[in-house]
Design a protein around this ligand. Structure first.
Ligand code: HEM
Length: 637
């Protein structure tokens, strides 16, 4: 039986050739679906068609495959031949060494859509190479540094305006709205903030939502069918297109008069500048909406699971210091040394423990848990079997990250991402430039090659030539948003804290009974919409745990030359007292605050200490708009 008829748009089978895969005939599909017919040598797997399971409970299906098969499994999905792969050898083969045997077009998983059009995510061959080259400058460090300022200012504005203190909100909706606002501003710059912004945001939300829902339903339901969902979708996409095309035309005009984009240009300006006059408005529109599809919800999901993992992950480690309090300590310490400035790209490598948590959450909850390829020729997958031309191959990050090649595979272990011998406690107390590269760079490089601390494959951003062009953007975004949040608020989980199971230290236990479950569709969204409340400008969790107070409204750093002598004090509390007295005597070159009263001295506590630094926090004006003055003191050696 042939699974698909194929023809090639080019006579060669080089990497630039795009193969047109003709859909399998209805009779072929029925044979595969009903009779469980598989070509000889096809990888082993369930005999019956797995489409119902894939549509209703994909993670359960994947977990069953991992229990019964080694490294990969052959399936029929709605009569199409599909192989899910998770062994190192097969992943390296498909994503990297033999990537030219596979293409995006024709996969049974990722829907062709009027939303993405012919953008970078779905294109193949020479067109993809051209698009990737044109898009690359918009993702270099200098550009991401500019975007990181948009991320931080959006987060600060949003937390102050929309996440009122103690109000119960849906965490997932808030994460999603936040990354959508950021994606809009990063892409369109000031154009996203003017009149059409609300309409654009609403229509984008509808379009992205329907797109994800279609992906979650799987293999039927083409976009042209006049279902209510499709009609809503088409209407929203048309409205988005109208605004986006007009922004693109304006941008072209502006570039013609102003020349090269400036350093703080938005992503669209960079794309227009790099694409050249021969690129049509429609192609630029496809690139822009592709960036939204590829980068917005995935980042929201990454932030969501990070916050959930931080709230709950400590239970998996039987240690007294939770990942959340370590992150908060690290964030507070860096914030103190930055004197209240926003976090940016440069802080990613300073917030090493938080970044390690981001990597660990992406391991356990990779937003793109399955990625799709179509075989352009008959191929043998290493260790698994033969795959005919036209079959779909699905590299599965979810299973690759959960095989027992990983140490403590089910535990939340951020430390696995830190260099051997790195201190357990956060050590970032200075805003000096960090010399080490962010952790994710080696994690993605070594992880995709299976050489990370041994052999496991780490592929939250894919691997090989089609890896995620936005990975630095995404890691930066999640770190900046989480750091801004942790610095400003503590999170409470009403409804989950009281009756959810706890471990013997009284913390929440992470297991299947916990009501935040993943719901795999096109991405790994949460199934439920957990509620949280934020306490803003009150004790952060780490500070609450140690009885310390920190606020954030007007945090400043004061480094005073008189203070090193205080390091001679024989105990932390003595040091704290001396440092406090010194500050309160107003004999400082930079007075902490005109409203600082003498009796506030009692609330001064030792904030953190190491051999070379001591940090003191003073609470000045309680309760809500407390001003906190943080004095960073270099101790005498
Ligand atoms: C946590 C967030 C993100 C995750 C988990 C993620 C994941 C991925 C994965 C797994 C791929 C490879 C797909 C494949 O091989 O078929 C990919 C590709 C891609 N991603 Fe991301 N991504 C994220 C954020 C972003 C952002 C922020 C952007 C842009 C602003 C972006 C733009 C793209 C594009 C354009 C591609 C296609 C690249 C190509 O084929 O050359 N992604 N992403």
């Amino acid at each position: 039986m042939s699974s698909a008829n194929t023809s090639q748009s080019s006579s060669s089978t080089s990497s630039s050739a795009v193969v047109t895969i003709v859909e399998p005939s209805v009779s072929d599909r029925l044979l595969v679906a009903l009779a469980g017919s598989r070509p000889p040598g096809f990888p082993k797997g369930p005999a019956t068609d797995a489409a119902p399971d894939m549509a209703s409970a994909p993670l359960a299906l994947l977990s069953r495959l991992a229990q019964t098969q080694q490294g990969g499994a052959g399936l029929a999905l709605a009569g199409q031949l599909v192989v899910v792969i998770w062994s190192n050898d097969a992943l390296k083969f498909v994503l990297s060494t033999d990537a030219h045997r596979f293409q995006k077009d024709g996969t049974a998983f990722f829907p062709n859509s009027i939303l993405t059009g012919d953008g970078l995510l779905t294109s193949d061959g020479d067109a993809w190479k051209r698009q990737r080259r044109a898009a690359a400058p918009a993702f270099r460090d200098a550009a991401v540094r500019r975007y990181s300022r948009v991320m931080a200012s959006n987060a600060e504005r949003t937390f102050a305006r929309d996440w009122a203190s103690d109000q119960v909100v849906s965490l997932w909706s808030r994460c999603n709205a936040l990354t959508l606002a950021i994606a809009g501003e990063v892409l369109f710059g000031e154009d996203f903030l003017v009149d059409d912004a609300d309409a654009l945001t609403t229509n984008l939300e509808v379009a992205l939502d329907e797109f994800a829902a279609r992906g979650a339903r799987g293999f039927a339901d083409p976009e042209w069918l006049p279902t209510p969902g499709n009609l809503r979708f088409r209407q929203a996409v048309a409205a988005v297109d109208e605004v986006v095309l007009s922004i693109i035309r304006n941008r072209r005009r502006r570039l013609q008069t102003q020349g090269e984009p400036e350093g703080d240009a938005d992503l669209l300006t960079r794309l227009v500048a790099a694409s050249g006059a021969e690129t049509s408005d429609q192609q630029l529109r496809d690139e822009v909406t592709t960036m939204l599809v590829a980068g917005q919800e995935t980042s929201a999901i990454a932030l969501f699971w990070l916050l959930v993992d931080l709230a709950l992950g400590s239970a998996a480690n039987a240690t007294s210091t939770s990942p959340l309090s370590r992150c908060t300590d690290e964030v507070d310490a860096l914030a103190a040394s930055k004197g209240g400035e926003s976090f940016t790209l440069d802080d990613v490598s300073r917030l090493r423990y938080l970044e390690a948590c981001v990597l660990e959450s992406l391991r356990l909850h990779p937003p793109a848990y399955l990625i799709g390829r179509c075989a352009t020729m008959d191929t043998t997958l290493p260790g698994l079997g033969d795959v005919p031309q036209g079959a779909t191959v699905l590299p599965c990050a979810y299973l690759a990250h959960r095989t027992n090649q990983w140490d403590a595979v089910t535990s939340y272990e951020p430390r696995r991402w830190l260099p051997e011998g790195a201190p357990d406690a956060p050590c970032v107390l200075s805003a000096e430039p960090a010399h080490d590269a962010p952790l994710f760079i080696s994690a993605l490089k070594d992880g995709a090659n299976g050489t990370l601390r041994g052999s496991p494959m780490y592929i939250p951003f894919g691997g090989g030539p089609r890896n995620c062009i936005g990975s630095a953007f995404a890691v930066c975004e999640v770190v900046v948003l989480a750091a801004t949040l942790l610095r400003k608020c503590s999170m409470r989980w009403p409804g989950y804290t009281s009756d959810a199971p706890t471990d013997n230290l009284g913390r929440l236990r992470v297991d299947d009974s916990f009501p935040i479950a993943a719901d795999a569709g096109l991405t790994l969204r949460p199934r439920t919409n957990p509620l949280v409340s934020l306490r803003i400008e009150a004790s952060s969790p780490a500070c609450a745990a140690s009885g310390r107070y920190t606020g954030f409204a007007n945090t400043r750093s004061v480094v005073h030359p008189a203070l090193p002598s205080a390091a001679g004090a024989d105990s932390p509390s003595a040091f704290s007292r001396i440092a406090t007295d010194t500050l309160l005597s107003r004999d400082v070159s930079s007075p902490p605050s005109s409203s600082l009263a003498d009796d506030d001295a009692s609330s001064a506590t030792l904030f953190a200490s190491s051999s070379s630094f001591l940090v003191v926090a003073l609470q000045a004006v309680p309760p809500v708009h407390a001003e906190v003055v943080q004095a960073t003191v270099r101790a005498a050696n």
